[in-house]
Ligand binder design. Structure first.
Ligand SMILES: [Fe+2]
Length: 331
């Protein structure tokens, strides 16, 4: 990830144009703005620089050799590492349909040659402002993911659990045909589902053996505490249902709200299935890791009791068998 603290000081712009004169003109205009400049003379070079130099913004010509600007933009926007990097496309032709294509490729803004300095400067400024806000948001995510992992670090029996639940939730969501927005929420929600354990004392988290009733009551607060941690972050609104409801059961005997059946959001039901699966197939202080077959038998028995979504378990079982994956060897 780019260090946005650096970008606050002097933003780095990547400018790509195969026309030497156009490139030098842009360089001359933008160096007045006090930016660090990186230049590229074709599309492939632009893509390489976007990946390795981590600029704060790209200005791409459309017609370039080796790879056109449209394709460079598409690849930047499809890569999770660079998808928030703002891209301005510049073209000499500017027919309307080219503009539409550029926007479809995910570009953030579009300018026609000859580029007017004031216009370019204004657009760069506003896109950089958005970029720095996005960077801060990404930093918040990183902090929360790190916190989620520190919970595991306290108890070596659960090491890797949050990441696995994130990956398993994504895999199950994809198999169920969920779209990319929900898949992204499942990834975050899966990783952060137990973030509320930050509010549970270590003596309980690290206890070897079963909880007494008082300890159990405290442990059961973690979904609500998790919501309190994440609810002030607007960008995390979509994952709150997974954090709050991953311990609900279809028959209403779960916690914290005793929701029943489809009252439980589908994404929370997904996280519940893979969370239990991972717990069953992992070694814990009070039990050995179950073999896959025994884990599914337990899941189906509990589904028959009315706890979990049997359809989701079936799809998950197919996925596990098809890929011949055991939870710990999943990746
Ligand atoms: Fe939990």
């Amino acid at each position: 990830m780019n260090s946005h603290s650096e970008s606050h000081v002097t933003p780095t712009l990547l400018i790509a144009d195969d026309d030497r004169f156009a490139l030098e003109t842009l360089e001359a205009l933008l160096s007045k703005g006090g930016y660090n400049l990186i230049s590229a003379r074709d599309g492939q070079e632009a893509l390489d620089r976007a990946m390795d130099s981590k600029p704060d913004l790209c200005v791409l010509d459309i017609d370039m050799p080796r790879m056109n600007g449209m394709e460079v933009c598409r690849r930047i926007k499809n890569n999770p590492e660079t998808k928030f990097l703002p891209v301005i496309m510049v073209t000499g032709l500017a027919p309307e349909n080219e503009k539409v294509n550029a926007l479809e490729a995910g570009c953030d803004d579009f300018l026609s040659k000859p580029v007017q300095y004031i216009e370019l400067k204004t657009r760069i400024k506003s896109l950089l402002r958005i970029k720095s806000l996005t960077d801060e948001l990404v930093d918040v995510e990183v902090v929360l993911f790190t916190l989620a992992r520190t919970i595991e670090a306290k108890d070596h029996f659960t090491l890797g659990h949050a990441d696995r639940v994130g990956r398993f939730s994504v895999a199950l969501g994809k198999a169920l045909g969920f779209g990319p927005d929900k898949i992204e929420l499942l990834r975050k929600g899966g990783i952060l589902h137990d973030i509320g354990k930050l509010g549970v004392p270590d003596t309980i988290l690290q206890k070897v053996g079963k909880f007494n009733p008082d300890e159990w009551e405290i442990m059961k607060k973690h979904p609500v505490i998790g919501c309190e941690i994440c609810q002030r972050l607007k960008a995390f609104k979509g994952i709150l249902p997974m954090i709050r409801h991953h311990h609900e059961r279809l028959d209403g005997t779960g916690y914290p709200d005793g929701l029943k059946g489809t009252q439980i959001p589908d994404m929370a039901r997904i996280v519940a299935v893979v969370d239990i699966f991972d717990a069953l197939t992992s070694r814990r202080s009070y039990k050995e890791a179950f073999p896959i077959a025994k884990a599914f038998k337990t899941l189906y028995d509990e589904a028959d009791q009315g706890w979990w979504d049997k359809d989701y378990i079936k799809v998950w079982e197919e996925l596990v068998k098809k890929d011949k994956i055991a939870s710990h060897k999943y990746y």
